[in-house]
Design a protein around this ligand. Structure first.
Ligand SMILES: Cc1cc2nc3c(=O)[nH]c(=O)nc-3n(C[C@H](O)[C@H](O)[C@H](O)COP(=O)(O)OP(=O)(O)OC[C@H]3O[C@@H](n4cnc5c(N)ncnc54)[C@H](O)[C@@H]3O)c2cc1C
Ligand code: FES
Length: 350
C-alpha cells in the first residue's frame, strides 16, 4: 500500500512506496526540493517533520545538529516513509529550482591546471538552454566511461558561455585517473543537471566566506565570478587550501577579481611545503588560517567545497564560531561509492 507525502503550506501531495525516502519520492514526482549529497552528509535537505511515520537512516552529525533533531528537523534523504507523512520546508526563501536537463555536449578544451587537475570545457550541442545557479553541480558521463556517471561542479558562472569542470585525478579512479589521456577535444559528453543547493544566495547582503580545497575551487570560482557581477558590495573572504605550490591554480584570475573590490580578501594556504620565493602565502591547514582570522561568523554566508575531510573540518569550525547551519552551504566531494547507508533510528510523530 502506498503512502502520501504532503508539504505543509502547499498543495503538494505525492505517492510514496513504503521504504522510499521522502526526498526520493518528491524528486520522482518532479517536486523541487533542496538537496545535494543524498547521503545524509550535507544537511541541505533538512526539513521539519510535521506528522507521520518515518525510519531515519544513518547520517553525519555535521548534517543535522542534536538541537535541530530535538525540535523535529529531519533529513529528507534519510527519512524512509512507513506511513503518510507531512513535512515543512525550512528555507522557502532560498529555494531555487532550475529544470533538470540532459545535455549532449562536446569537449572544446582539456587543459592541465596542475599536475593532477584538468580544466575541461564543453559546448552544449543539444538539450539546452542550461540554467543553473553558481555553485551547483551536474552528473557527467564521459565517453570512455559509459555507465559511470560522476558528479562535477560547474566552475563557470551561469552567464559565462558553455560549461567548465575542474576534475582532479584520483589514483585508481575509474573516471578521473588519467583523464587528460582519455579525453580529447571533440569528444561527446553527456551532462545531466543541475543539482545541489550549495549555490550562491544573491539576496544575502552580509559578509561571505568561501573555502575551497583542491578542485573544490571549481564551484567557488563560479560563486566568485557571480558575486563580482552583483551590484551591491559585500565583504568576501576567500580561503583556498592546496598541498604545495604545485597544486595552486586559478590564482591570477581570482586575485584579479579581488582587486576589483576593496573588501575582498584572498588567501592561499599551503598544507605541505613552502611557498615559492616572492609569493605571499600562508602555510598550515586552511582551517587553522581561518581560525586565526575570525572569532565569529555571525551574519555570514559560508560556501565550502572540496575533499570531505576538509569540508567537515571547515563546517565544524564555522558552526563552532556562530554560523547557523542554514547559512552554511557545503559540497563535500564524496566518491560515488559512498552513497549507501544503513538504517539506524525509528521516529514517529503522531
Ligand atoms: C556534489 C559533488 C561534486 C563534486 N564535484 C567535483 C569537482 O568539481 N571536481 C572533482 O574533481 N571531483 C568532484 N567530485 C568527486 C567526483 O564526483 C568523483 O568522486 C571523483 O572524480 C572520483 O571519481 P573516480 O571515478 O575517478 O573514482 P572512483 O572509481 O569512483 O573511486 C576510486 C577510489 O578512490 C576513492 N575516492 C574517490 N574520490 C575520492 C575522494 N574525493 N576522496 C577520497 N577518496 C576518493 C574511492 O573511494 C575509490 O576507492 C564531486 C563529488 C560530489 C558528490
Ligand atoms: S543530507 Fe540530504 S541531501 Fe545531503
Amino acid at each position: 500500500m502506498s503512502h502520501i507525502i504532503r508539504i505543509e503550506g502547499s498543495s503538494t501531495a505525492v505517492d510514496a512506496e513504503p521504504g522510499d525516502t521522502v526526498l526520493d519520492a518528491l524528486l520522482m514526482a518532479g517536486v523541487g526540493f533542496s538537496y545535494s549529497c543524498q547521503a545524509g552528509n550535507c544537511g541541505t535537505c533538512r526539513c521539519e517533520l510535521v506528522s507521520g511515520d518515518i525510519l531515519e537512516l544513518e547520517y553525519s552529525e555535521h548534517a543535522l545538529s542534536a538541537e535541530d533533531r530535538a525540535r523535529g528537523v529531519v533529513l529528507a534523504c534519510r527519512a524512509q516513509v512507513w506511513g503518510d507523512v507531512t513535512v515543512r520546508r525550512l528555507d522557502d526563501e532560498e529555494f531555487v529550482v532550475h529544470p533538470s536537463r540532459i545535455l549532449d555536449c562536446r569537449v572544446t578544451a582539456v587543459e592541465k591546471a596542475t599536475h593532477d587537475i584538468w580544466r575541461v570545457r564543453l559546448d552544449i550541442r543539444t538539450g539546452g538552454p542550461y540554467a543553473f545557479s553558481a555553485g551547483q553541480y551536474a552528473s557527467v558521463e564521459f565517453p570512455f566511461a559509459r555507465g559511470k556517471a560522476r558528479d562535477y561542479s560547474m566552475a563557470n558562472a551561469p552567464f559565462e558561455p558553455g560549461i567548465e569542470f575542474h576534475v582532479r585525478e584520483m589514483s585508481g579512479g575509474a573516471v578521473s585517473s588519467g583523464l587528460g589521456e582519455k579525453l580529447a577535444v571533440g569528444d561527446a559528453v553527456r551532462v545531466s543537471g543541475p543539482f545541489g543547493s550549495a549555490h550562491l544566495r544573491e539576496k544575502h547582503f552580509g559578509p561571505v566566506i568561501a573555502v575551497a580545497g583542491g578542485s573544490g575551487l571549481a564551484p567557488i570560482r563560479a560563486i566568485l565570478v557571480a558575486l563580482d557581477q552583483l551590484l551591491d558590495e559585500r565583504p568576501v573572504h576567500v580561503y583556498v587550501g592546496a598541498r604545495t605550490e604545485a597544486d595552486v591554480y586559478c590564482e591570477d584570475e581570482i586575485r584579479g577579481l579581488a582587486r576589483l573590490h576593496p573588501d575582498w580578501h584572498v588567501h592561499w594556504v599551503l598544507s605541505h611545503g613552502e611557498p615559492d620565493p616572492g609569493r605571499a602565502r600562508r602555510t598550515g591547514l586552511v582551517t587553522d588560517a581561518i581560525a586565526q582570522d575570525f572569532t565569529t561568523f555571525e551574519g555570514f554566508k559560508a560556501y565550502v567545497a572540496g575533499p570531505p575531510a576538509m569540508v567537515g573540518a571547515a563546517s565544524e569550525l564555522l558552526q563552532a564560531r556562530g554560523l547557523p547551519l542554514r547559512d552554511l552551504h557545503a559540497d563535500a566531494f564524496y566518491p560515488a561509492d559512498r552513497k549507501a547507508s544503513a538504517p539506524s533510528e525509528e521516529v514517529s510523530i503522531p
